[in-house]
Design a binder for this molecule. Structure first.
Ligand code: SF4
Length: 614
């Protein structure tokens, strides 16, 4: 079967309580407003979940969505997004992963799957060439994510949860191959529905709706990916751990529960060290020319090499400097199905509670003893692990220590200390799902480049811009790493002297963001979907999606009081003299730029302009 179109234009809907399946059509109007991926997933959640629904109840919905890029020549496009209401934060969250599942689902005839209800016993969903069935998963329950996929690889490509998702650990992930959809506990939502996994396989082929427009756009895009130093070389060479050297030396990596500025064992954690002493081979998402993932040999075992975020939260933040130990923990986390960011942050919080004598535990900074055991205990909710399985915010509510509980809106913070990149602080405070590094992140342009690390100049503009563009990218679906070549491989960025770029971005940020080049994204989407999407349209789609999610959060009670940071970051001067973040002034400006009211709610005027029903 050959299609000349890039999408199936339908989503499979499954109610696990009744076992009934149906399809939901995606119209051209939906595509014009939301593209696919995150946009369509949020629209489905907005239309189908009433405010106040318990994330672990059958009424919660989980949506897996691919995008127009999967199965085409678009670079770094074969991923998928999963979205739902988070049991960790109580608000909406989405998480992306690569591997092969997104492409296989699309080839099986669906752009996405929406699951509601709860099965009476463990099940998995099978989607093979348009045939859908709900299968008994009793024999799979209890298996770890890698073993399950290995034992059942002949059935197709999987998304699956491990024991943590089955046992309602609030930050359980969804694994696909060796890739992880990590944030916010959507694996826990699957577990609450008795859904162990989804397997997909299919033979459908895809192509652009307008091959002339697409060919021109994709040739340029592929060339840029090849020629940009990051996507053309560094990511393949070092992976995301390339950031350890950059952020470790500039004081951004978290150390000792975000309480120190430097770590004397940081050199043992760098991408260069991993490449030189452990690297075995690259791997990555289907069809991606970058292949940023790496396998390595650690303690004599062939293991997935840990990503930067895992090294930050399970390494420097715990004062652990042995990369092989971190790689072993990473393997365990992936198999058990737990988010390394939330797990590492929660353990660091417990270490500090212990050090201050607030609780008693065997966990202490710089000491790896007991961590492998506590990971198992969290996943199985055994002993004190049962408390950690609730995450940092709930632990602080029970035992105290709110001032140094490092989370925003309940989501533990990614591996960038915002006292060294204050725009990142605003991004953490205002990201719809909490302290993620994948919405509106500005750390890369703050550390030694265009914006200053400290101060607030230009930052509200760039945070807003990056949040909106990220949501458009996550709806297309492109990997976020494409931002380097697509936004930077152009004349203005390459040939304008750095001091001039810095002056413009810091003093004329409105002009800087308006002239940032989104033409590669817009051109690829126009070619794939077959109707004209301008750079302005592309940005507005992202803005619409960001505001829709904010509206959904407002209905859940989120307001300015929640757009904040942990007290440690707002009040404590770091030991290197870096001041706390001036969040209030940035927040006021940010709300004005967005056209929101002073409580942080989108106004009717903004919602009407963006054609969001309310
Ligand atoms: S750059 Fe890495 S994470 Fe992104 S699509 Fe390619 S392999 Fe996947």
């Amino acid at each position: 079967m050959k299609s000349s179109h890039a999408v199936n234009d339908r989503v499979l809907a499954i109610d696990l309580t009744s076992g009934k399946t149906s399809t939901i059509s995606i119209t051209e109007e939906d595509r014009r407003r939301y593209l696919g991926g995150k946009g369509i997933a949020l629209k489905l959640l907005y239309d189908n979940i009433a405010p106040g629904v318990d994330p672990l109840s059958p009424e919660n919905i989980i949506v897996f969505m691919t995008g127009p890029t999967a199965g085409t020549q678009s670079p770094a496009g074969g991923r998928f997004i999963v979205a739902g209401k988070s049991p960790l934060t109580g608000i909406f969250v989405s998480s992306l992963a690569g591997g092969r599942f997104g492409l296989s689902l699309k080839r099986a005839g669906y752009d996405g799957i929406m699951v509601r209800g709860k099965a009476s016993s463990p099940v998995y969903i099978k989607v093979i060439d348009d045939q859908v069935s709900i299968e008994d998963a009793s024999s799979l329950w209890g298996m770890d994510t890698y073993d399950l996929q290995e034992a059942h690889k002949n059935e197709g490509d999987w998304v699956t949860i491990g024991p943590a998702g089955e046992n309602s650990v609030r930050f359980a992930v969804i694994a696909t191959g060796r890739r992880i959809a990590g944030r916010g506990g959507l694996g826990t939502v699957m577990g609450s529905k008795n859904l162990k996994g989804i397997v997909a396989k299919g033979g459908k082929k895809f192509g652009p709706a307008d091959s002339i427009v697409f060919k021109k756009a994709v040739t340029k895009a592929q060339q840029k990916v090849k020629s940009h130093p990051n996507t053309g070389k560094d990511l393949r060479d070092l992976g995301t751990p390339q950031n350890v050297k950059i952020y470790g030396t500039s004081g951004i990596m978290p150390v000792r529960n975000f309480n120190r500025t430097s770590f004397d064992k940081m050199n043992g954690l760098t991408g260069e060290k991993i490449r030189d002493e452990h690297f075995l081979k690259n791997h990555g998402c289907v069809g991606c020319p970058i292949q940023c993932g790496r396998m390595g040999r650690f303690n004599g075992r062939e293991l997935v090499s840990p990503e930067y975020e895992t090294i930050g939260l399970m390494g420097s933040n715990l004062m652990i400097g042995d990369i092989s130990t971190i790689a072993e923990w990473n393997e365990k986390l992936n198999r058990l199905g737990m988010d390394s960011i939330s797990t590492g942050s929660t353990i660091a919080f417990v270490m500090e509670l212990t050090e201050r004598g607030i609780i008693q535990s065997d966990l202490s900074f710089g000491n790896p003893d007991g961590i492998a055991e506590i990971l198992e205990d969290i996943a199985h909710r055994r002993g004190f692990g049962n408390e950690l399985a609730e995450g940092t915010r709930r632990l602080a509510e029970k035992f105290g220590g709110e001032d140094f509980a490092i989370n925003v809106k309940g989501l533990e913070m990614a591996a960038y200390d915002p006292r060294g990149c204050t725009g990142q602080g605003l991004a953490y405070a205002t990201a719809n799902c909490g302290a993620t590094h994948l919405s509106g992140s500005t750390h890369a342009i703050e550390v030694n480049t265009y914006l200053s690390q400290h101060g607030t100049k230009g930052k509200p503009h760039f945070v807003r811009f990056m949040q909106d563009v990220t949501d458009a990218i996550n709806s297309s679906i492109f990997c976020i790493q494409t931002m380097y070549p697509f936004l930077e491989e152009n004349f203005a960025y390459k040939y304008t002297p750095m001091p001039i770029m810095q002056f413009i971005m810091r003093n004329l940020p409105a002009i800087a963001v308006k002239t940032t080049d989104l033409s590669d994204y817009a051109g690829l989407m126009s070619g794939l979907l077959g109707f004209k999407i301008t750079k302005g349209d592309y940005y507005e789609i992202g803005e619409r999606i960001f505001n829709l999610e904010r509206l959904m959060n407002s209905r859940e009670g989120i307001s300015r009081d929640d757009d904040t940071l942990p007290a440690r970051l707002l009040n404590e001067v770091r030991e290197d003299g870096w001041p706390p973040i001036e969040l209030d002034s940035m927040l006021e400006k940010y709300y004005r730029l967005r056209g929101w009211d002073e409580r942080g709610h989108p106004t009717p005027g903004v919602l009407d302009r963006l054609e969001i029903s309310h």
